[in-house]
Design a protein around this ligand. Structure first.
Ligand code: FE2
Length: 285
């Protein structure tokens, strides 16, 4: 089995989105900073309500999926389909925009910590115009498993094997076959996992520093950075200086052209112009 090396580091940059929510963007800060089919990863983390209170008022999407995973805080999702879902600590929402969705995500607190992630996953050409779909995933639906040597993993999408036991997350059966896990390691703790050889993968460190790769060539990944993994069929991650927490994401690449204009991600300029026109004429959804 060949352990994947840490190939490229995408350092996150401070930016803001929505109506003025402060966040750190790793994937998606430029067209080159994507890991097909992953388009963007934002981390929001603040104890200051000025950084998040404005939230994400109603806005459109077309052509991909948005996944919000909360660690702390409380947001309310509402969309044009009439879906309404509370995003609570440890919960997630998996929103397939397809041909179009108009939604909002607004903080339901005026103080305290707001912390979580938003990930964008591309859809293939054949699925970009399918009807929108929304799934609210409550914290208790996300399985959590203890790791040998300490620490734990939560599986949001896909499946992992821990000591011969398979743990399957609530999200399965998507064409990109995404794996989305959240791992906590104690100081010196290790995590190894088999990954499909043809899938692209990256690690996002959000607390502490990690060593990633084979024992003889482990490279360091600092907190708030995304580490893109080279080809191989497994990954090894260890916490190098104290405890660490990270996300591991992997999926089948689409290998299609990506043309993005803000919240629309399509295959061609013409399709983007169509999306803009549809939105202006109230025909997006
Ligand atoms: Fe959105």
């Amino acid at each position: 089995m060949s352990s994947r090396r840490l190939q490229t580091i995408i350092r996150s940059v401070a930016t803001s989105d929505g109506a003025g929510v402060s966040l750190r963007r790793s994937l998606g800060q430029s067209p080159a900073a994507r890991v097909d089919p992953f388009l963007m990863l934002d981390e929001f983390f603040s104890d200051d309500p000025d950084d998040y209170i404005a939230g994400f008022p109603p806005h459109p999407h077309r052509g991909f999926e948005t996944v919000t995973y909360m660690l702390d805080g409380h947001m309310l999702h509402e969309d044009h389909l009439g879906n309404r879902g509370d995003l609570l600590p440890g919960g997630a929402q998996w929103m397939t925009a397809g041909r179009g969705i108009i939604h909002s995500e607004m903080p339901q607190q005026e103080s305290g910590r707001m912390r979580g992630f938003q990930l964008w996953i591309n859809l293939p050409a054949a699925e970009k115009m399918k009807p929108a779909h929304y799934r609210d995933i409550r914290p208790e639906e996300i399985p959590q498993t203890a790791l040998p040597g300490g620490g734990e993993a939560r599986v949001i999408a896909g499946r992992i094997a821990v000591e011969g036991r398979e743990i399957a997350g609530p999200v399965q059966g998507l064409c990109t076959e995404p794996l989305y896990i959240d791992v906590r390691l104690p100081s010196g703790g290790r995590f190894t996992q088999v990954l499909p050889a043809g899938h692209n993968a990256f690690v996002y460190a959000y607390e502490g520093s990690l060593g990633i790769g084979p024992a003889d060539d482990a490279r360091r990944l600092a907190a708030q950075d995304a580490g893109v993994l080279a080809a191989g069929d497994s990954v090894g991650v260890h916490a190098v200086d104290g405890p660490a927490r990270f996300l591991l994401l992997a999926a089948r690449p689409l290998g299609e052209p990506v043309v993005q204009h803000g919240p629309f991600v399509m295959n061609s300029r013409e399709e983007i112009e169509q999306a803009i026109s549809d939105y202006r004429l109230d025909r997006l959804v």
